[in-house]
Design a protein around this ligand. Structure first.
Ligand code: GRF
Length: 213
């Protein structure tokens, strides 16, 4: 069973779907840079250990990050799942867990890296939007794409309607990807992904997009 540690900063709706959808992985603990994060309460209610430390408690951003990273490393996870974790992950930690930190981003990368993706999608007039699960590298939102889920953007859309539509996709895509990694149907190595026929079939069935490799 793939052992995962999950990092969050806020409400934790992706965390919920990751917990609910776990078949080939187990969430060992939930960590946060924000002790007030709603998702921590949910993790505790599911008897999942939590660890949170604010910048103020830690004394500095660097000390806060080290405390979080040291705690995560002490759990010896196979994979680290970022789910609405708002801090930039330090290069040294990325190196320590090379190809083993993944993130969900609310856009079809490489379109709209960074923040306010839904507003930017509407303003730019794209017809398609969605979400991406990708490998984390030091350049934000730029690592290898593992899988995506897309939806239409319609004329009547506003930020709320589009956010809700994409979030629904996120909640399906993220557990699916982590289960495929746990089952060995998707593999990450040397900054590249590979997947077997089973992953392709399942992705097709669910309407997920796998990169052309
Ligand atoms: C999600 O849209 C995720 O893609 C982005 O931040 C949001 C977090 O939402 N990185 P939640 O905390 O999982 O509800």
């Amino acid at each position: 069973m793939l052992k995962a540690a999950c990092f969050i900063s806020g409400r934790g709706s992706n965390l919920r779907s990751l917990i609910a959808g776990a078949q080939h992985y187990k969430i060992l603990a939930v960590l946060s840079d924000n002790p007030e994060a709603k998702g921590l309460e949910y993790a505790r209610s599911e008897n999942i250990p939590t660890y949170a430390i604010s910048k103020t408690e830690a004394g500095s951003l660097a000390a806060q990050k080290s405390a979080l990273y040291n705690h995560a490393a002490s759990l010896k996870p196979d994979i680290i799942l970022l789910a609405g974790y708002m801090q930039i992950v330090s290069a040294s930690f990325i190196d320590q867990f090379k190809d083993r930190i993944i993130n969900i981003h609310p856009s079809l990368l490489p379109n709209f890296p960074g923040l306010n993706t839904h507003q930017r999608a509407i303003s730019s007039g794209v017809k398609e939007h969605g979400c991406t699960v990708h490998v984390v590298i030091p350049e934000v939102d730029s690592g290898t794409i593992i899988a995506q889920a897309a939806c239409q953007v319609v004329q009547e859309d506003n930020v709320k309607t589009l956010t809700d539509r994409v979030l629904e996709l996120e909640h399906k895509l993220y557990p699916w990807v982590v289960n495929c990694i746990g089952s060995g149907d998707i593999k990450l190595k040397s900054g590249k992904i590979s997947f077997n026929q089973q992953a392709k079939i399942l992705a097709d069935k669910s309407g997920f997009l796998l990169p052309q490799i």
